[in-house]
Design a protein around this ligand. Structure first.
Ligand SMILES: [Zn+2]
Length: 177
């Protein structure tokens, strides 16, 4: 059965943490909906976790999310959902605290990456984003003593910035960066 590409609600609003959805497909422990606020991971940021909630209050834990080549987002359930659920309406809820932590780390690592390249000529060689800590690797020509004690040229513009905005370059062209 062909399943339409999942409508990615996080592209419209990166603070969308829950949504109503209709179950379109069940494949073992994987489940697909018509739309989802769950981020399937990318750019070093891991996929969201959360739950799906039925109208009777029952829940299924979603432990991961991934996108396939047809742009269908598959939600990995902890327990096998029944195929009889296809067509049912459910409520999807992201672990908001975890997602916000991941978003903050993702943003600050982009800032650090930009400064390190601009002021030290350091190129990023790796990144690992977690909810409780994150890591970024750079290739630097010489190790600068003061770099270990913070960013000496820390620009005021970051501290002054009120907010960051996200822009999307369209699906397929430059995703997950
Ligand atoms: Zn990124």
């Amino acid at each position: 059965m062909e399943i339409p590409a999942t409508v990615r609600l996080y592209l419209r609003n990166n603070h969308c943490f829950e949504n109503e959805a209709t179950i379109l497909a069940v494949n073992e422990n994987l489940i697909a909906f018509d739309q989802s606020c769950f981020y399937p991971g990318g750019g070093g940021q891991p996929p969201d976790e959360g739950i799906l909630k039925f109208s009777n209050g029952e829940t299924i834990e979603i432990e991961s999310v991934r996108s396939d080549s047809e742009n269908v987002i598959w939600h990995v359930c902890k327990t096998h959902p029944s195929e009889g659920l296809i067509g049912k309406s459910v409520h999807l809820i992201i672990n908001q605290e975890r997602r916000l932590a991941l978003m903050r780390y993702h943003t600050v690592l982009h800032v650090l990456n930009t400064i390190t390249l601009r002021d030290y000529g350091g190129w990023i060689t790796g990144v690992q984003i977690n909810p409780d800590y994150s890591r970024i690797d750079f290739k630097l020509e010489k190790f600068l003593y003061d770099f270990r004690h913070g960013i000496p040229k820390s620009p005021g513009s970051i501290a002054d910035a009120q907010s960051q905005t996200a822009h999307f370059a369209g699906t397929g062209s430059r995703r997950g960066n």
